[in-house]
Write a protein that binds this ligand. Structure first.
Ligand code: ZN
Length: 323
């Protein structure tokens, strides 16, 4: 069965395969069968992560099989199915294929791995427009962006929306609106920043808002760049997730397989970020998203040709890593 047919089979289970749901279980069952066909020995750990291993598996490839409610067919599933295919093409190599639990919602199964490999490689749809704009089918990820969550509260004074003259108001939402524009400007100098959550009090059409809370999501490829972005935004972060550098033998192996491929930073978190944070040298290969990079949407698309190139590159990288 081809990689694309397997992706269709997983999608046919359900578009939404929530963490630890019967649908995610069914996807793991399907993958377990394909792992056995590829000559891998199936096992599971306490977190429910699925492994297909051959020999002393010190090199792993994989991704996740859970999905968001509005999912397309490639996010996560592509990395698992591509790894099974690559393992089948390297029948005499000691290696492991892994399907991690609960990547989309957490608590991410990859956080709880009991054994740590010497190398981890993950193929993943880009979920953005960068490779499509470059006209490149594949890209090597050099880092996964760090992320700061910055809560900011604006105060004002509640007043009657009809009787209070414009020059006598203290409107918290007007202050917040100026701040949103400031955040956009701050990110133009590097990184990305988004205000995606706004709470307006009291939230009535006929009352001038007296309190507004916003939450900024700011991301950048390195810690100094993230710190600089946070400084430009000008408020204290509540949480910071460190950027994760891709590194070591798996990154070298992807570069050797694809010497001309562009290199890019992932703005989204992935299982490879967790493995890297656990100290496992990790690398990621992005496959071009079509349709403008739309993702977490049924129109999410990667071509059969690009998938074939990704499987070839992953196979070459695993060949090098397990030699
Ligand atoms: Zn994913």
């Amino acid at each position: 069965m081809s990689v694309v047919e397997r992706l269709d089979e997983i999608y046919a289970i359900a578009q939404h395969r929530a963490a630890y749901s019967p649908e995610e279980d069914a996807a793991h069952e399907l993958a377990a069968g394909w792992m056995e066909e590829a000559g891998l020995t199936v096992s599971r750990d306490e977190a429910g992560n699925l492994f297909g291993t051959r020999g002393d598996a010190r090199v792993w490839a994989g991704s996740h099989l859970d999905s968001v409610p509005t999912a397309g067919r490639f996010d996560g599933a592509l990395g698992v199915v591509a790894a099974i295919e690559a393992a089948a093409r390297l029948p005499d190599r000691a290696l492991g294929v892994v399907a991690f639990r609960a990547e989309e919602t957490g608590p991410m199964g990859s956080q709880f791995v009991e054994q740590r490999p010497d190398a981890y490689v993950e193929v993943h749809i880009e979920q953005g427009p960068v490779l499509e704009r470059m006209g490149e089918p594949l890209g090597i990820v050099t880092a996964i962006a760090g992320q700061a969550k910055i809560p900011v509260t604006f105060g004002g004074r509640a007043d009657h929306a009809g009787t209070t003259p414009m020059d006598a108001r203290d409107d918290a939402l007007v202050k917040a609106a100026r701040f949103v524009l400031h955040v956009e400007e701050a990110a133009r100098a590097g990184g990305v920043a988004t205000v995606g959550m706004v709470e307006v009090h009291p939230g009535a059409a006929n009352v001038v808002p007296d309190r507004v809370e916003v939450l900024v999501d700011a991301r950048a490829p390195t810690r100094p760049e993230l710190d600089a972005l946070v400084a430009r935004i000008g408020h204290e972060p509540r949480t910071i997730h460190e950027p994760a550098a891709m590194s070591g033998a798996p990154l070298d192996a992807l570069r050797a397989a694809l010497p001309d491929a562009p290199e890019l930073v992932s703005g989204a978190g992935h299982d490879a970020m967790i493995l890297a944070a656990l100290g496992v040298p990790s690398a990621m290969l992005f496959v071009r998203s079509l349709n403008g990079g739309i993702s977490h949407h049924p129109d999410e698309l990667t071509s059969e040709e690009d998938i074939a190139l990704a499987v070839d590159a992953l196979t070459a990288a695993l060949d090098r890593l397990t030699r």
